[in-house]
Design a protein around this ligand. Structure first.
Ligand code: 0PR
Length: 388
């Protein structure tokens, strides 16, 4: 550490230099990320309220009320009406909280197990590891859809929870949530939906008359949902969210913190100190965009997705892994050739995609920062790589 501090101008200059190697959303290079440039109003509001700490809500009563108001709005969006919920550091923390609840609600099970599709995000492996839960992974069919029979066969007397995904990490697919609901009907099993990515796009796909199977609290047996503002919600990093149908879960499974300056309260979080600024910023996003604002953004993403899908169909040597439901496009090879070489060449040209070796696919996430002209240049480069 320096003995004497530097002038602000000097610090800005050093930072400018040091951060030059970062990729930017605006350049279009970032084609494989589920994050995006936050909405300008969110950045402004976040900076204004950056010191608010929801880890001690008794000191920030207004912020805590605002969080509740936001949860109520999200409840309406997810057909849940009177749900409870809270904002987290991201989808991983939200999924960890859900897995902990599933375990806590079944103290009678000594060796708890949770059944997830094999397409589940790595956060479930982390949660299982931390909580001492055995994760049972159900296979996918050749078309990347969940093998429901296999999923069903993994449920046994030790199963305390099952997970369905609404917007898989690799392809943006939606598991058959209603079918999973029917499987666990009359069983004392917690049903969690990971809509970390899908949560803030699926409600708007419906408005655009695009197909969107039921996935939220409208499915009777769904107990909880992860949905992240810092993905398709265009919120500030870090903002995730966990939403629960049963209000009594906070009392039943929450941690008590009696010594806080603002007074006693219960919470479900893994972290203690927690940003209020990110929550206020997301509140501002919903107010500023409204349903119609979200519809427009989602429409743009889907138009660009359709453009990309059409262009990929015209290129020899590659094909779509599956038809996208949302703005996630998986590209694989036509002849079973490894996709890795193509990914390597794309990286040399500064196209940063997600690579899923186990499925032999690369993934473009057509986020709001992705413009049509970015996709046009991307396709040009992809074609030239394949011609080599
Ligand atoms: N659930 C699903 C379905 C996800 O796709 C992710 C992350 C999570 C949970 C975990 O969310 P957090 O990362 O907020 O904890 N999905 C992205 C992915 O793996 C994360 C990501 C984001 C990766 C931006 C790269 C990137 O540039 O693709």
């Amino acid at each position: 550490m320096l003995k004497e501090g530097l002038e602000k101008q000097e610090i800005l200059k050093i930072l400018n230099e040091k951060l030059k190697s970062d990729y930017s959303y605006k350049s279009g290079s970032i084609l494989g990320s589920m994050c995006t440039e936050p909405l300008a109003i969110a950045v402004e509001i976040y900076m204004k309220y950056v010191a608010k700490n929801l880890g001690d809500p008794g000191l920030f009563l207004g912020t805590a009320d605002l969080e509740e108001e936001l949860v109520t709005e999200i409840g309406d969006l997810f057909s849940g009406k009177k749900i409870i919920g809270t904002f987290t550091t991201g989808g991983s923390e939200a999924n960890l909280i859900a897995m902990r609840i599933a375990k806590k609600l079944r103290p009678d099970i000594s060796f708890p197990e949770v059944v997830v599709p094999c397409s589940a995000h790595v956060s479930f492996d982390k949660a299982a590891d931390l909580l001492g839960i055995k994760l049972r992974k159900a296979k996918l069919n050749d078309n990347f859809e969940l093998d429901l029979n296999h999923f069903n066969s993994l449920i046994n007397n030790n199963t305390c929870g099952v997970v369905g995904i609404a917007g898989t990490t690799s392809l943006g697919l939606i598991d058959p949530i209603e079918d999973i609901g029917r499987i666990i009907e009359n069983k004392d099993i917690f049903f969690h939906i990971d809509a970390a990515f899908g949560g803030f796009i699926l409600p708007f796909l419906k408005n655009l008359n695009l197909p969107s199977p039921l996935w939220d609290f409208s499915v009777k047996f769904v107990d909880s949902i992860t949905a992240d503002p810092h993905k398709m919600g265009m919120g500030v990093i870090p903002t995730g969210g966990i939403f629960l149908r049963d209000k009594s879960i906070l009392q039943k499974t929450g941690f008590e913190i009696p010594y806080l300056a603002g007074g006693n309260f219960k919470h479900l979080h893994i972290v203690g100190t927690r940003s209020g600024g990110t929550v206020i910023a997301f509140w501002a996003i919903l107010k500023s965009l409204g349903i119609n604002g979200f519809n427009k953004i989602v429409e743009k993403c889907m138009n660009n997705t359709n453009y990309l899908v059409k262009r990929i169909g015209e290129i020899k040597g590659i094909k779509l892994a599956t038809n996208p439901i949302m703005n996630v496009v998986g590209i694989t090879t036509e002849n079973g050739r490894s996709i890795c070489k193509i990914d390597e060449e794309l990286r040399k040209k500064n196209w940063m995609l997600g690579k899923f070796e186990e499925f032999n696919l690369i993934r473009v996430v057509v986020m709001p920062h992705v413009q049509k002209n970015h996709l046009i240049s991307f396709i040009e480069d992809l074609e030239s790589i394949l011609k080599k």
